[in-house]
Design a protein around this ligand. Structure first.
Ligand code: 80O
Length: 389
């Protein structure tokens, strides 16, 4: 039976689709904290829960190795996400994080880490309600332990630990359709190193196209074109916060970022997140902002290459520079930094530049979900202002 687990959870159910009488907002009310299950859920006997202290070198190595060998692959099993250790520490330690929301499952006898799931706190606005939520990510079960029904109990356990912090909603994404997406987004790729992408099978040579013609098609200028384009620095946090908050207010669902959040999520961090802004040469006003995060993929089974260096479009804001021009500068910087491909979802205003900047559609969709929060109808990707890692 499909979705046996999800039909027991406070999420939009397929049978409720189109039922406009159901109110928008929380599906279930909070439970009194005293009534939240105090002890962890039971795991099958060979396994035990562990809290993963991602700041410990040994633990981040175990988490890194589990994900590197067992996390999400593309539909053709040619690539697997290869989050770096510094990326994981960044992604899991935002302001106000809870260490016990970084949950591992290990084998009692061997102490081997065999599964992982995480939550981080986030203030997310849905229309005009700012809600304290958990962003759930990195659900991973070792390949050898699939279909042992570990995922449902891991989801229940992270939900229980989130409830204990008096948080009752969550946001997550998945490549699969579950009850019920709040939006379904298409992903797009912009080749930066077409020769390597074709060699590893990520892209195919277009019909009636030669390799040299393809390399020429994707060629970019050596340097950015926007006057005043520069890396973001610590002293820019207040101005970037104003710019991003104002821009995100137009979307139905978006993070409610304050200066602490902006300092953590949007300040450049080597090999993790890159962010640039446009400071008007005349007025020194910060008028535009763009950012991308670094998520390489392991290339499974290619003689010449082992890693695909990929940039993922993060938050981009324009108030003066045309978005097309700003994103082209982002592509130029990514190429300068030797990325092979620049990925983007069709969220926010991304659709306005994807085709013109020579992005091609990916072969899959990314579905967005809210836990215990109903929206009156599914959102178009252009109504979504949330990018998860
Ligand atoms: C190229 O290597 C891949 C390795 C694993 C999976 C995929 C396809 C895929 N599933 N891509 C995405 O989910 C994706 C495509 C464009 C932008 N963001 C994305 O996902 C982000 C956000 C959700 N968590 C993973 C990273 C590609």
């Amino acid at each position: 039976k499909k979705h046996k687990f999800w039909e027991t959870q406070p999420v939009g159910q397929f049978k409720d689709l189109g039922n406009a009488s159901l109110p928008e907002g929380p599906i279930e009310d909070p439970t009194p904290l005293s009534e939240v299950k105090q002890e962890p859920y039971n795991l099958p006997s060979p396994y035990e829960w562990i809290t993963c202290d991602i700041d410990s070198e040994e633990m981040v190595n175990e988490v890194y190795n589990l994900l590197t060998n067992n996390y999400v692959e593309d539909d053709e099993n040619m690539f697997r996400f290869n989050y770096s250790k510094e990326f994981l520490r960044w992604a899991l330690n935002p302001p106000g994080y809870f260490r016990n929301w970084h949950i591992g499952v290990r084998v009692k006898s061997s102490k081997k880490l065999v599964a992982f799931i995480t939550g981080v706190p986030a203030r997310i606005r849905a229309r005009d309600h700012v809600v304290n939520m958990a962003e759930i990510n990195f659900l991973c079960v070792h390949k050898k332990l699939r279909s042992k029904r570990l995922a449902p109990v891991m989801i229940k356990e992270v939900t229980r630990r989130v409830h204990l912090e008096n948080i009752w909603q969550a946001a997550y994404t998945a490549g699969v359709v579950l009850p019920t997406p709040i939006s379904t987004c298409q992903y797009w790729h912009r080749s930066l190193n077409p020769k390597k992408l074709i060699d590893v099978g990520f892209s195919r040579l277009g019909a009636r196209m030669t390799m040299s013609r393809t390399i020429k098609l994707y060629k970019l200028p050596e340097s950015t074109v926007t006057p005043g384009f520069r890396k973001m620095e610590l002293h820019d946090v207040p101005a970037v916060t104003r710019l991003v908050r104002n821009y995100l207010s137009q979307f139905v669902v978006a993070p409610d970022l304050d200066e602490n959040d902006v300092e953590h999520w949007l300040l450049p961090k080597e090999n993790v997140v890159d962010s640039y802004l446009v400071e008007s040469p005349e007025t020194h006003e910060i008028t535009d902002f763009c950012s991308f995060y670094t998520l390489p993929s392991s290339i499974l089974g290619n003689q010449n290459y082992s890693t695909l260096k990929a940039a993922y479009s993060y938050y981009n804001v324009t108030t003066k520079t045309p978005l097309l021009q700003l994103m082209n500068d982002a592509l130029i910087v990514a190429k300068q930094k030797d990325y092979d491909v620049f990925n983007a979802l069709d969220v926010m205003e991304n659709e306005s530049f994807l085709k013109e900047l020579k992005f091609g559609p990916g072969d899959g969709k990314l579905h967005y979900y809210l836990y215990n929060y109903r929206l009156r109808q599914e959102l178009k990707p252009s109504q979504l202002g949330l990018v998860l890692l």
